[in-house]
Design a protein. Sequence first.
Length: 160
Amino acid sequence: MTGTPRAETSQEWEKVVIRLETEVIKGFLETKQADTLDGLLLSATNGTPPFLRIRRLGGDSVEEIATDHAKAVFYVKDFDGDAERKDIHFYKRAPLVHGVWIRVEFLDGEIMEGMAHNTIRFLVDPGFFIRPSDPNSNNRLVYVLKKWLRDFRVLGLRDI
């Protein structure tokens, strides 16, 4: 969900959870204006910014966090996710998006499945976006940094 802590016309604030090696940060990430998550995905093809500008939950100041220090950036519906919930991985009514269906395993053992855009940026950038395959997931979108991955598998190719 997008919130606006301050009146700014060209910026929006996305509800995110950022996982660092030793810390989890909940807050609002400053992003360029995009009408949809697809717009965010398409604008990401220009590469990732070196810093993430975030306003922590309950705080007023904006701080910069080095993007390469993050394991992943989770664009969430709610800050209070359900840790006991098991994501659906295979289902018939998957959203039809052009991309690669992938499964990633993080160094800490967390496993995630979803769709990534099938572009050269996906291969050459230090990270990439995944749209989770479970429509009921608390995660709307996840930016994954490759250096935090133990395993990466292509499960299939979806084409509209």
